[in-house]
Design a protein around this ligand. Structure first.
Ligand SMILES: [Zn+2]
Ligand SMILES: [Zn+2]
Length: 454
C-alpha cells in the first residue's frame, strides 16, 4: 500500500515536505522551512508523523524551503537516513551553517535550539548518503522488507537540483522537486529524455497560475535586461539587483559577465557579497562534472568587489556598477533591503527585480511601485521614489504549459500537485484533466492523507 501525506508546502510554497509510505516504510520528500515565517512557526507539521514509520529523507535541492527544517527533523527522528546528490550535499553545508547564524537572532529564549549548532550541522551533513545523477541506489535502512530503489535526474533548477524516481517492486513514483524545462545562463533544462511511464507523479506547480508569456523567455529577457542596464550605467548610476544567494546570484553574475565580454554591456564594477560568494565557489568546483553551460568560466575569476566592505554608499555614485545583493525579496535586515533605502533616493540609480517576490515582502512593494511614487518602506516613514524601478522575468521553474507536456510524457495513472498556490493548482488540474482524461488527480492538502491502492 502507498500513502501520501503533506506536512508542509500544500497549496502554497512554504515548508515543503511530503510524506510517502510504501509497504510500511516511510520516506520524507524534502524538509523545508517557510520563507516568510520565523522560528518554530516556519517548520513543517512534524507532529502529524507521530503514528507513521519514518526511515528516509530524500532532498531534491538545497533551497531553504526544501532543507531548512532538517536539523529539527533529525532531533525528532535521529535514525532517519538522508539521500541527495553530492552537489546538494556541499551546498547544504554552506546554507545550513548560515541558517544557524540567522536562527540565533530570531528565536526566543524559551525555544530551545541547542541541537541547531555548527557542530550538529557538521554531523548531519557528514551522515548524508550522496548519489550522482542517473545512478541507481538502494534505500537501505533498519526495516528492509522488499526493495526500495531510488535514482536522481538533473532538474535544471539550480546546481545539484534533482528529480527522483522511486521504484518499489515495479511501482514507479516520481517526484519533481523544483524543476525547469528551459535553459538559464548556467543551468541547462531538466534531463527528462529517458523518462517515461510512471505510476504516480508528484509535481511542483509554482507557475500554474502565471501565463507562460509572463514567465519569460530567458534569451529575450536577457536582451531587455542588458539594454536597461546600459541606460543606467551610461548616465552614471548604479543598479541594485536583489537576488537569492543560491542560484539566481550565480546565473545573473554569469549573464552580466557574458554580456560585458561580448561587448553588449558597458564594462562596469560588479559587486557581490555574503554567502553567495561561497556558493559560487561550489558552482566552480563542480563545473566540469555536471550538465551546464559555460563550464570553462569560473565565477570566482569574474572581477567582483565585496559589497560588505562598503559602508559609505556614496561609493556607488563614484564607482557605478551592478550590485548583486541578497535577499531576492529584500527581506528586512538583509543587504538588498539596506541598500534599497539609499537607492530609492538616487535619481540616476535603478533597482531591477529579476526573480519571484512574495506579496507580503518589501521586495514586492518596491517591484510594484515606480519612479515618483510615495512608498512606505521602512516602518511608517514615507519615501519618495527617485530611482528607476524595473522588473524582469528570469525563471528557474518550468512554465505551466511545459509542466502539462511533461506530465503527458510520463503517462502517470495518478498526479499529485504540490509546491504551488490554490489558483496555480486549479489551472494545472483543469488542464491535466483536459489533456489526460482518466488521470487520477489530487491537489495536496496539509495533513490530509491520500491512500493510493497497492
Ligand atoms: Zn528551489
Ligand atoms: Zn521550492
Amino acid at each position: 500500500m502507498i500513502k501520501f501525506l503533506p506536512i508542509g508546502g500544500a497549496r502554497e510554497i512554504g515548508a515543503n515536505s511530503y510524506y510517502l509510505q510504501i509497504d510500511g516504510r516511510g520516506i520524507l520528500l524534502d524538509c523545508g522551512i517557510h520563507p516568510r515565517k520565523k522560528g518554530i512557526d516556519s517548520l513543517p507539521l512534524f507532529d502529524l508523523l507521530e503514528n507513521y514509520p519514518l526511515d528516509f529523507v530524500i532532498v531534491s535541492h538545497a533551497h531553504q524551503d526544501h532543507i531548512g527544517a532538517l536539523p529539527f527533523l533529525i532531533k525528532k527522528f535521529p535514525h532517519v537516513i538522508i539521500y541527495t546528490t553530492p552537489y546538494t550535499k556541499e551546498l547544504m553545508s554552506v546554507t545550513l551553517h548560515n541558517a544557524v547564524n540567522i536562527l540565533k537572532k530570531e528565536i526566543t529564549e524559551e525555544e530551545n535550539i541547542s541541537f541547531f549548532t555548527h557542530e550538529k550541522i557538521d554531523l548531519l551533513v557528514r551522515s548524508i548518503r550522496d548519489y550522482d545523477y542517473n545512478e541507481e541506489f538502494e534505500l537501505l535502512g533498519l526495516n528492509s522488507s522488499g526493495k526500495l530503489k531510488g535514482c536522481f535526474y538533473d532538474a535544471g533548477h539550480i546546481l545539484g537540483s534533482a528529480m527522483v524516481m522511486i521504484n518499489a517492486n515495479d511501482r514507479k513514483i516520481f517526484y519533481t522537486g523544483d524543476m525547469n524545462l528551459s535553459k538559464q545562463s548556467i543551468e541547462v533544462r531538466a534531463d527528462i529524455e529517458s523518462l517515461n511511464n510512471v505510476d504516480i507523479l508528484i509535481m511542483e506547480s509554482t507557475y500554474g497560475d502565471t501565463d507562460t508569456k509572463l514567465t519569460g523567455n530567458w534569451e529575450s529577457e536577457s536582451n531587455r535586461f542588458i539594454s536597461e542596464l546600459n541606460k543606467i550605467i551610461t548616465r552614471g548610476g548604479s543598479v541594485l539587483i536583489p537576488v537569492f544567494a543560491l542560484g539566481k546570484m550565480q546565473e545573473m553574475l554569469m549573464l552580466i559577465n557574458e554580456a560585458i565580454k561580448s561587448g553588449k554591456l558597458t564594462d562596469a564594477e560588479i559587486y557581490t557579497g555574503g554567502i553567495g560568494r561561497e556558493i559560487s565557489n561550489i558552482y566552480d568546483r563542480f563545473r566540469y562534472v555536471v550538465r551546464r553551460k559555460n563550464p570553462e568560466t569560473e565565477l570566482k575569476q569574474i572581477l567582483q568587489s565585496n559589497l560588505n566592505e562598503i559602508s559609505d554608499y556614496n561609493y556607488y555614485k563614484k564607482n557605478p556598477g551592478f550590485v548583486l545583493a541578497s535577499s531576492g525579496m529584500m527581506l528586512e535586515g538583509t543587504s538588498s533591503y539596506q541598500l534599497a533605502q539609499f537607492w530609492l533616493k538616487q535619481k540616476d540609480f535603478g533597482i531591477f527585480g529579476v526573480g519571484y517576490v512574495d506579496p507580503s515582502t518589501p521586495g514586492y512593494k518596491i517591484m510594484n511601485a515606480k519612479k515618483n511614487d510615495a512608498l512606505k518602506f521602512n516602518g511608517d516613514r514615507q519615501v519618495n521614489i527617485e530611482c528607476d524601478i524595473n522588473r524582469f522575468y528570469f525563471s528557474a521553474h518550468a512554465n505551466r504549459d511545459s509542466l502539462i507536456k511533461f506530465a503527458k510524457k510520463l503517462e502517470p495513472e495518478t498526479v499529485i500537485l504540490v509546491h504551488g498556490g490554490e489558483s496555480a493548482q486549479n489551472w494545472l488540474g483543469y488542464n491535466l484533466l483536459t489533456y489526460m482524461p482518466g488521470v487520477k488527480l489530487y491537489s495536496a492538502e496539509l495533513g490530509r492523507e491520500i491512500i493510493l491502492g497497492d
